[in-house]
Structures are given as C-alpha cells and as structure tokens.
Design a protein around this ligand. Structure first.
Ligand SMILES: C[S@@+](CC[C@H](N)C(=O)[O-])C[C@H]1O[C@@H](n2cnc3c(N)ncnc32)[C@H](O)[C@@H]1O
Length: 246
C-alpha cells in the first residue's frame, strides 16, 4: 500500500493535511467536528481483530447489494470512506484492478487490519489507505467516479451526518455515484429490537443507531437512484445509491 495519487491537491483552498501525504503513518489529524469520533477510534482499536466476525453475520448481504447497485467498473477512481478492515475496498479492487481504489478510516487499528487483508488478496497496486476523518476528506473536489461508505454514517453524531455526506458528494465528479449501506429501521418486530438496543444499550453496538441518509442527500441536491432494504440474521440495513448532479 502506498500513497494515493493526487491526494496532495487543494482541500477547500487549504494545503493537503499530513495524513494525505503519509496515508498509513502515525500522524492523526485533529477532528474538526462532532463528539463521538475519539470514542469511535478507541472502540475500533479494541474491535479491529474481531470486527469481521460481526460483519460476516450481519452486514455482508448489504455489501453485496451495494456492489450490485453501484456497479464499479474497471478503470474507475473509487473511494471507500470508513473502510474498516477493507472488506468492501478489496471487492472494489477486484472489480477495478487497473483503476484506483482508496480506503479512508480514522482508526489506525482498522487500517492495519485492512492493510493485512489487502496485501493478501487485492490486486497489486490497486488500493491505497488514508487515515482521515470523513468530515474533512483530504481530497480535492471531483476526484472520484464512485464513493462508497458502509456502516460508518450510523456511527456519526447527528450534526456530522450532513457534513460527511457533503464531503462524499464534494469529492465525486459531476454525475459520479455515491453508494451507502447503513443500519436502518426495518418493518419487522425483530428489527425493532436492534433499534431498542441502539437506544438503551448503545455500547453494545459501539454507539451506532439507525439512520436515513436520503433526506440529507436530497437537501444536498443528490439524485436518489436506488434504495434497497436488507435484513441479515434479523439485523436491518438499507443500501442507498445516489448521483451527484452533472
Ligand atoms: C462499523 S465499521 C464498518 C467498516 C466497513 N465499512 C465495513 O462495512 O466492514 C465503521 C468504520 O468507520 C470508521 N469511522 C467511524 N467514524 C469515522 C469518521 N468520522 N471518519 C472516518 N472513519 C470513521 C471506524 O473507525 C470503523 O472502521
């Protein structure tokens, strides 16, 4: 894994932050907004070695739906924000071996797991990892054809949700696709149990709760292309694909 091309450009008129120059190095950017991010970092430092067990049980079907709806193509520039252990990033790279696939996460522990996975299984040279916050992405505008984020938005403080979605849209070229998978409310009684746990025992789910990005995306001017609810072993999620207006 090395430095992603063209991350050093302008970011909102500012020079690129250090994390963009040294994607997997020790620097940690200061977090611009929100309260949960430092706790999220600590939680995922503990969870990193075990995260794939939980994800394999509850999230893999949503990731498959996201990939099917987003349709990554070879030669594209893709980014996965909140990449975690790099599961989705690896799948993007398999479909896009001659393009560029960038994984972003604020947890160095999760990035280490991602690097292990990708060194083993991703096409050589197709993936790059960057330590950064979704609310201040270290990329110039309009750099990507496809931006993905799975099971990260549901961890963000409410006030950061629109900020992160705005960032995801900003880094997409006009007409580029945004593909999201998130913990959601579902129609069945057992889906309600997960919402109850999120509300009353938040530590069990590392603070994630059901979210609906669609109203935010509409406010930000994105066109909604698809919405697909998924339920895996009772866990409810929703995949949303949107387009940045041309
Ligand atoms: C539930 S895990 C999901 C990982 C991966 N996307 C997947 O679907 O397997 C959430 C990930 O988002 C990262 N994360 C949470 N808040 C973030 C933020 N503000 N910026 C970047 N990454 C964040 C966490 O460190 C963690 O790796």
């Amino acid at each position: 894994m090395s430095q992603p091309p063209e991350t050093e450009g302008d970011h909102a008129g500012q020079p690129a932050p250090p994390a963009a120059r040294n994607p997997t190095g020790p620097e940690t950017r200061s977090l611009p907004r929100g309260h949960a991010a430092p706790n999220v970092g600590a939680a995922y430092a503990r969870l990193a070695p075990f995260y794939d067990l939980w994800a394999g049980f509850t999230e893999t079907e949503a990731l498959a739906a996201l990939l099917a709806l987003a349709g990554p193509r070879d030669g594209e520039r893709t980014v996965d924000v909140g990449t975690g252990t790099g599961r989705l990033l690896g799948e993007l790279a398999r479909r896009n071996p001659s393009g560029t696939n960038v994984g972003v996460d604020l947890s160095p522990a999760m990035l280490r797991e991602a690097r292990r996975r990708l060194d083993r299984s991703a096409p050589a040279g197709a993936c790059f990892l960057v330590e950064a916050n979704a609310c201040a992405l270290p990329f110039a505008a309009a750099r990507f054809d496809l931006a993905c984020s799975s099971f990260m938005l549901d961890l963000l403080p409410e006030e950061d949700l629109a900020v992160a979605l705005g960032e995801l849209l900003r880094i997409l070229r006009p007409g580029g696709r945004l593909a999201l998978a998130s913990f959601a409310r579902g129609p069945r009684w057992y889906h309600g149990l997960w919402s109850w746990i999120a509300k009353h025992l938040p530590a069990v789910l590392t603070g994630c709760r059901p979210v609906d990005p669609v109203p935010h995306l509409r406010r930000l001017g994105a066109e909604i292309l698809a919405q697909r609810p998924v339920s895996q072993h009772t866990f409810p999620s929703c995949v949303v694909v949107a387009r940045r207006p041309a």
